[in-house]
Design a protein. Structure first.
Length: 260
């Protein structure tokens, strides 16, 4: 019987992966995209509030992934510091960056909603394949002028993206870089962004192009994905109560509404 238990465990391992959307920034009410805004003190506080739940759930990480953007990096630093795992190696990857919002970056979401309508802003924020207005390559804020991306082929750096384009860069990174680590037995944590997490979640959960519009990712609350031994999706859950998750998601939904 003892050997049978070991055999079953070997044949049917369960992989777990943690995703965390970065903590709230001072630009929560703006289209941020690739603008490198740091986490606000409130966002660090929220991140450190939820981080101990990872330790309580028994997570001991082997490797972490972030985007190239400091709000993603800072969030993972805060998590690892809080759970006393700062020794964990962290790999930054531009493929995990937030969706590039083009010429909308820096604009207030509510003011943009008042100008173009809430429905248009919702489409820009949540649709699968609608592109925002592009950023001119001559614009000094275009990523081709940013030293962070000096080693990235400039021909593939975006001027704007829909979720479809975000998927085209984040999902292959998930498939080719992160999944092999998971299959090798590594415990992985990924600190990323609302749309890069939505992109990977769409792939993992096989969410339709239409249904993806309704998926919101809360700030700071860890999301655990579980897979079978073939990396087939089994389930996901938040390390937060329904009330905590709903409160943060409602705040995010309200960002695209014009102020009365």
């Amino acid at each position: 019987m003892h050997h049978l238990k070991l055999f079953v465990k070997y044949i049917y391992p369960m992989y777990k992966v943690v995703f965390v959307r970065h903590g709230k920034t001072a630009w929560a009410e703006r289209f941020t995209g690739w603008t490198d805004i740091d986490v606000a003190p409130e966002g660090i506080e929220q991140t450190k509030f939820y981080a101990p739940r990872l330790k309580q759930a028994g997570f001991v990480f082997d490797i972490g992934y972030t985007s190239f953007l400091k709000r993603s990096i800072r969030t993972l630093w805060a998590i690892l510091e809080t759970i006393d795992q700062m020794y964990v190696p962290v790999i930054p990857a531009w493929q995990l960056n937030e969706r590039h919002y083009g010429a909308l970056q820096g604009l207030d979401k509510a003011e943009t909603a008042a100008k173009y309508g809430e429905e248009q802003v919702k489409i820009w924020r949540r649709s699968f394949d609608t592109l925002p207005p592009p950023l001119e390559i001559s614009d000094p804020t275009h990523p081709v002028h940013d030293q962070k991306y000096r080693n990235v082929d400039h021909t593939i750096l975006p001027s704007c993206e829909s979720l479809k384009e975000n998927i085209a860069r984040s999902v292959p990174f998930w498939q080719n870089e992160i999944i092999p680590q998971i299959k090798n037995g590594k415990q992985v944590i990924i600190s990323a962004h609302g749309n890069s997490i939505r992109s990977i979640a769409k792939y993992i959960e096989q969410i339709s192009d239409g249904d993806i519009m309704s998926l919101n990712i809360p700030y700071s609350i860890p999301i655990v994905y579980e897979f079978d031994n073939q990396m087939n999706f089994v389930k996901k859950y938040y390390l937060g109560t329904d009330e905590e998750v709903d409160k943060v998601i409602q705040e995010i939904k309200n960002q695209g509404k014009k102020k009365e």
